[in-house]
Design a protein around this ligand. Structure first.
Ligand SMILES: [Zn+2]
Length: 249
């Protein structure tokens, strides 16, 4: 039975193809021998296991029992972990913030240059500065609005390092988990608020002031701190939080 499966080049067959082979060939093999010999229950279970493994995964696992986890990993071909996942999908931020950050990380935001390519808009000029084409890189790296806003955020947080890359943030060492969560949340909120400012500029023809956006960001972080911060973690980072106005003295 196992040799048959190997000879079929199992991985190339579709689920329907494997089902047909199991019904017409594999299940008939042991039925044939069952007419001649009394087959022990353990062997029947083993045969069932081989058929089941083959049907769901296209493979034969002789030494181990059927595992849903192994089958799932085999079917979806789990790839290496993506570095930005903990930064993008965390409980520190609201879901709407996570979603925009996810689109940002995947370079999937519907910028004007992308809309122009599918002829949804007639020009691809940046909604905020109107100086050049509105690409993903322009909004998040070159646009003066982003630079101004980022400077304000860095002054507020008293950090000198760049928010340029997600890896840059993830590699850093933080004094406490809460500080790490807050700085990660800041990055996500930064991405979200820049995108929202861009949308305001596009739809309302007015660009929000970076100082006002900073207030929004501080408000968002304060609100989330109430949700995620335990008494112990807040106490541990008390001075750091007070210095940034996130908690009262
Ligand atoms: Zn711009």
């Amino acid at each position: 039975m196992v040799l048959r499966i190997h000879s079929w080049g199992a991985k190339q067959l579709s689920y329907a193809g494997r089902l047909t082979l199991v019904k017409t060939v594999l299940s008939q093999l042991h039925c044939y021998w069952a007419r001649i010999y009394l087959i022990p229950k353990g062997v029947i279970h083993k045969v069932d296991s081989i058929c089941r493994n083959y049907l769901w995964s296209g493979k034969v696992w002789l030494l181990s029992r059927y595992s849903t986890q192994k089958t799932y990993h085999y079917l979806v071909a789990i790839r290496d972990k993506i570095s930005w996942v903990p930064l993008v999908w965390n409980r520190v931020c609201l879901l709407k913030v996570n979603f925009i950050t996810w689109l940002y990380a995947r370079n999937r935001l519907l910028t004007k240059i992308r809309l122009l390519n599918v002829r949804v808009v007639s020009d691809g000029v940046c909604c905020i500065c109107a100086a050049t084409q509105e690409s993903h890189d322009h909004i998040y790296f070159d646009c003066h609005f982003r630079s101004h806003f980022l400077e304000l955020v860095k002054q507020w947080l008293e950090v000198s390092w760049s928010f340029h890359s997600l890896d840059n943030i993830l590699r850093r060492r933080f004094k406490s988990l809460l500080q790490k969560q807050i700085l990660m949340a800041n990055f996500a909120c930064l991405v979200y608020l820049i995108w929202m400012s861009r949308n305001t500029a596009k739809h309302d023809s007015s660009v929000p002031r970076p100082a006002k956006i900073l207030q929004q960001l501080q408000h968002m972080i304060k609100f989330r701190l109430q949700v995620i911060g335990s008494e112990v973690s807040i106490l541990r980072s008390r001075n750091w939080l007070i210095a940034r106005g996130l908690i009262a003295c």
